[in-house]
Design a protein around this ligand. Structure first.
Ligand SMILES: N[C@@H](CCC(=O)N[C@@H](CS)C(=O)NCC(=O)O)C(=O)O
Length: 237
């Protein structure tokens, strides 16, 4: 009998149909790449803690993504989910490549995306993420982000032009890598590094479409990022 995994994911409070979390998308790409069927449990920020702890008794600090396994336990964290899938389905398309060295390099790329691309994207998506919420989730989102950033709401997004400039500077190496492979970061086939990058793009495009257009698709004078984004569509449509 086919196993049905449940993926707990984050959606907007207004329509409950926009899945925007980059960490969740990493898990979704990994599941799709491994051709593993799954159901999603869409949750808003405020629903997430009680829904995950009620369903997965082993989890006491709930975050998304959480993948509920056959035995009912929840597996938290996108990388842990990818490692689990790689181990369980070794004969399906690989996420990390053949050697520990390839896996290490992909982890290194993940750190680059997280530390160099995410800060400016995070500032640019802030207002969009806020406006996508219903009033209770908007209140939670605003106060939790004010607390974590130490800044009042109106200062979190920062200066648009400075954000776009910072992003372009840090996208340069990614653009160069894609120009050289002519395809995915990993070459002919995507893997973890691509799914990390693509997840950041899905997050950016769904919460700040104009800035994504200007800051990624039109940032360089060629079709490298538009072509890459076209390839990503096969997973997200
Ligand atoms: N390290 C985790 C990320 C976990 C995480 O921070 N998830 C966020 C969504 S991207 C979350 O659950 N946020 C809940 C909240 O902000 O209340 C992973 O990559 O899977």
């Amino acid at each position: 009998m086919a196993i049905t995994f449940k993926l707990f994911e984050l959606v907007d409070g207004k329509t409950r149909s926009i899945s925007f979390s980059p960490a969740v998308w990493r898990a979704k790409f990994a599941l799709m790449h491994k051709k593993v069927p799954y159901e999603t449990v869409p949750l808003t920020f405020l629903e997430l803690p009680s829904a995950i702890t009620a369903a997965c008794l082993n989890i006491d600090t709930p975050t998304v993504p959480t993948l509920q396994l056959e035995n009912g336990d929840g597996l938290r964290d996108s990388f842990a989910i990818a490692e689990y899938l790689e181990e369980k389905y070794p004969d399906r398309p690989s996420l990390f490549g053949k050697s520990q060295g390839e896996k290490n390099l992909q982890r290194f790329f993940e750190s680059y995306v997280q530390s160099k691309l995410h800060p400016s994207i995070q500032r640019m998506v802030f207002q969009g993420m806020y406006e996508m919420q219903d009033s209770e989730n908007a209140h939670y989102f605003r106060s939790s982000r004010e607390k974590s950033s130490g800044r009042p709401h109106k200062e979190i997004a920062g200066d648009r032009a400075a954000n776009l400039k910072e992003l372009k500077e840090n996208l340069g190496l990614v653009h160069k890598a894609l120009l050289e492979t002519g395809g995915w970061i990993l070459g002919d086939q995507p893997g973890w590094a691509d799914f990390v990058l693509a997840s950041s793009f899905v997050w950016f495009s769904s919460c700040a479409p104009k800035e994504f257009q200007e800051g990624v698709l039109e940032a360089f004078d060629d079709k490298v990022f538009p072509n890459y984004w076209d390839k990503v569509q096969q997973y997200i449509k």
